[in-house]
Design a protein around this ligand. Sequence first.
Ligand SMILES: C[S@@+](CC[C@H](N)C(=O)[O-])C[C@H]1O[C@@H](n2cnc3c(N)ncnc32)[C@H](O)[C@@H]1O
Length: 205
Amino acid sequence: MKEDYSFSATIYDPMLYLALKSIRLAVMNELLEYKDKAILDLCCGTGNQLKLLSKNGFKDLHCLDISEAMLRVAQKNGCPIKIYHEDATKTAFDDASFDIVMISFAVHEKDRNTQEKLIEEARRLIKEDGFILIVDFVFDDKTTILGKMGITLIERMAGGEHYNNFKGYIQNNGLASLVEKGKLKLVKDSRKAFNGVTVSKYQKR
Ligand SMILES: C[S@@+](CC[C@H](N)C(=O)[O-])C[C@H]1O[C@@H](n2cnc3c(N)ncnc32)[C@H](O)[C@@H]1O
């Protein structure tokens, strides 16, 4: 399995703490009425979002990532979260295993084919009345110039394939173009970070 985060896994949370704090809280607020539901974080990274949910009384939490280094960090803190080392585009779970599947800050860094597979896998994994929460960048007429500049700078620093995929994602109109022809409908779009980050909720059509 490809390992992109072997160096940055241990510094990921401290490095991004301030930038992500309000977004993590916004995601938790979006989910407050679902504390007993089965929630999967696809491409969970260090598990930072689920650790916050766990500390706030969420019970049935599942965390999946392809990076061993990220998952080693996710295992710390002793929260009762189930952890899976798998490829999020083809997981071993049965259809409709979860009430809620979230994907945060993972879509923009993948090539188009992988982006589509990730979203299709998330759709396969939610129950009929479940939903997908995608947290990722959005550049549109609501996004401020400051938001666009700050996000572009951060992505440029990530460099290489990651930055190229980010540019492709933005040029292709981000999540909107990925789901518009698909089998999902957008039911809520909340914004953070100068309107450059969306917390988007999708249900099956
Ligand atoms: C930018 S990090 C985001 C981590 C976390 N979701 C967050 O909000 O901080 C992207 C994560 O996606 C994971 N990832 C990338 N491709 C993946 C795949 N095919 N299957 C599972 N995880 C993947 C990476 O290992 C990394 O942990």
